[in-house]
Design a binder for this molecule. Sequence first.
Ligand code: F6R
Length: 612
Amino acid sequence: MCGIVGYFGKDTKVLDTLVNGLKRLEYRGYDSAGIAIVAKDGQVFSKKAIGKIVELEKELEKSDISKFDKVGIAHTRWATHGSPTLDNCHPHFSQDKKIWLVHNGIIENYKQLKKELESKGVQFSSDTDTEVIAHLVQSFYNGDLKKAVQKTLTKLEGAYAIVVVSADEPGRLVAAKKGSPLVLGVSENEYVLASDVSAIISQTRNVIYFEDGELVDIKDGKYTITNFKDAPLKKKIEVIDWDDEAATKGGHEHFLIKEIMEQAKTMEDSCRGRIVSKSGNVRFGGLNTVKDKIARMERVVILGIGTSYYSAKLAELYFEDIAGIPAKAEMTPEFRYKNPYIDEKTWVIAVSQSGETADSVAAIKEAQNRGALVTGIINTVGSTISRITEAGVYNHIGPEISVASTKAFTSQSIILLMHAVMLGRMRGLSLRRAKAILEEIENMPKLAEETLKQNSNIEKLAEKYHKKNNLIYIGRNYNYPVALEGALKVKEIGYVHAEGLSGGELKHGFIALIDENMPTIAVVPQDSIYEKMISNIEEIKARSGIVIAVATDGDKEVADLCDDVIYTPKMKEEIAPIINTIPLQLFAYHVARLRGLDVDKPRNLAKSVTVE
Ligand code: F6R
């Protein structure tokens, strides 16, 4: 995790660019933050603060930090090695305080390196793995920062994106990447290095994505890119299509509510140009090169974790029901520690919003080693997973900034449903059913808009229930993953203990928890398993449980049976789970807000989990 920024450019912009970049990357970690600016005379000004970026800003206001120099680095931390203290806060520095650096990733062999450095008399001032890099660069430094960094890299094992500066060479920045993301924004006489493009778009949309084993040297106002062994590389400048507005709150109180509310549009964006209504088919440009291979596959495995795993769980049902193929959702942190049934007849679809999740990257490599075809469904353009997969599809929903995933879930689920239709059409899915599903997908933005109108009703329900510390969520068949996702949302942002269950699972133990203090949220649309869900609700009511239902518009039976109801429109069974997730997102949002919590940056979490 962690977010890093480096800047070379105009004297008057260094501080603002670094701080604004950190604010954009704050979703990656917010235990502590720090900044270092190298002045033209070689003095280094640094400030650090525990907590969020606003704490660093307060420190900066009080300080005499140089606001007028060309070069600086900054970091927002999600602690892995060493607790969030000032000493452990980046930028870290060498013993002579000449080399300063920021790092995202983990140096796996840091203990051994630390021992070696200590035996040579080096004194450490933090508990971090990162500090070894600063001391190593110092030990190799002989007037050329790039050479010293290159020598250091030969010693490091693990994952890193680093940006390094030296007091002896003001105006120079050297950055390198292996296993953690790094992007360079390029504009006239100005360069921004960052963990992702959201920290860059306010400066420029022209970016270079680095691959593992690449290094950039910014010196005398120019940049050169080489591999770690100094062979020059020519890299393409890509133009990103996100604008600055996409990465701001657009008038909402939080990113989370903005992202929930824009789902009608993001659903449309996810499908744009991809549905061929006439032939009841789906066109994914990103899968063209592997379409023939896909047609020959005998099973599907969908990889993801957290919210992305729950969209994979939904897809498992889609593939079996619509494409008639064995399908399995796999949780990526577990995947490579078992002996998964994967071979060259397996189509593995990796789902990830960030495209950087370390567990998912490792699982993909495992599947590739076993000969599977791996494609991706990724939101972040140019991310690691989008590059290591053989082919894939982007979500096209703009950056998701709030730590809790919302619009990514609905987009992933729609795209997975479309994957199932595409494969189904290769395997005998009838034109009639395919057309009916695709028509309903095209209607989804309207259904989402209707559902979002429930916001104020849901806010009232949250006022009624936000003090409850335990909740149960139930759903069946297509709505079981919805129950899982609803429970995850309220756990992560509301700090409410919640269990997501299949309605049928309740009586096998969990029902012992039911009493008047344990509300259940039941997702109960009028579908093929409606009667079964009604029985499950009856079982809860018979034990004095409170039930809040998410039900089909106008369902009187459910309204009479339950304590409260949130209505969603009447829809097809395949679409319902995707739309039914929206009220649960809104409920979690209002619960968290009413509990006075930091909705966009829940404690202990980070948006992009780039460590295992
Ligand atoms: C939940 C959430 C996490 C992520 C998970 C995977 O709201 O944000 O559970 O879904 O860390 O992240 P990606 O999709 O980026 O691989």
